[in-house]
Unconditional design. Structure first.
Length: 240
């Protein structure tokens, strides 16, 4: 199988059908044999039933993994990636904030073996911001970045560890996520730290990005857990 696209979702009944169809359209348009895996992380609305209505075309298999209770974004992404079969694995947040076309050059690089992981960055020089986040979220994002650098040891040249659009060599992704311990939002950081410690090559790339104002991220309410998880990642980094 060429590529697996994993989309985690929580209470996304108004977006998820379009999300699945846009992912499938990308695969069909470029004649890629693939799968779209939507992971419903305990939604209280009709996210799963709406996803099941998506039309994906002849080349694309659509699958739904559903948890009855909310387990955390990291847990959902891990479940999707561990069930994937693609030579390439692409993880994308619900809302289709980044056009899938932006991924094409980096899918090719991973296939050629030039890199193992490609990260979308909202801070890359050639990134185009169509609609930005509200100012408080932008400030919190930069504060988190520096906390990740100072506490968890994230290299400064990785500018956007939390952007929800990442491409992996499939085998590398399944290995890294099999080791992942964090189930919340900081799973991305843990995976990057593990990847760096294990010698995998990582590249950031610019994108066209449109903020989804209907986000499930609630930074203020998550702050205490985020701080705890930063220190967990630090321990992981030191142990490895």
């Amino acid at each position: 199988m060429d590529i697996s696209i994993v989309i985690p979702a929580y209470n996304e009944e108004n977006k998820i059908k379009r999300d699945v169809e846009e992912a499938a359209h990308f695969l069909n348009q470029h004649h890629m044999n693939g799968e779209v895996i939507m992971v419903d992380d305990g939604s209280k609305d009709h996210t799963s039933s709406e996803a099941s209505k998506a039309v994906t075309g002849p080349l694309v298999e659509s699958r739904i993994i559903r948890f009855e209770i909310n387990r955390g974004k990291g847990f959902a992404v891990k479940a999707g990636i561990m069930s994937s079969q693609g030579e390439i694995v692409l993880f994308a947040d619900s809302g289709t904030c980044i056009p899938y076309e932006n991924a094409l050059p980096y899918i090719k690089k991973i296939r050629k073996g030039d890199i193992d992981i490609a990260l979308a960055s909202r801070y890359a020089k050639k990134t185009i911001i169509r609609r930005n986040r509200p100012l408080p979220r932008r400030i919190l994002s930069r504060l988190f970045h520096w906390a990740a650098v100072l506490i968890a040891g994230l290299p400064k040249n990785i500018t956007d560890s939390q952007c929800g659009f990442k491409i992996y060599n499939g085998d590398v992704s399944r290995k890294l996520f099999s080791q992942c311990l964090l189930s919340g939002f900081l799973f991305d950081l843990e995976i990057l730290i593990r990847a760096l410690n294990q010698g995998h090559s990582i590249m950031e790339f610019p994108v066209e990005w449109t903020c989804d104002l209907d986000s499930r991220l609630r930074p203020a309410s998550e702050a205490k857990q985020v701080l705890k998880d930063l220190f967990k990642v630090r321990k992981i980094a030191k142990r490895e």
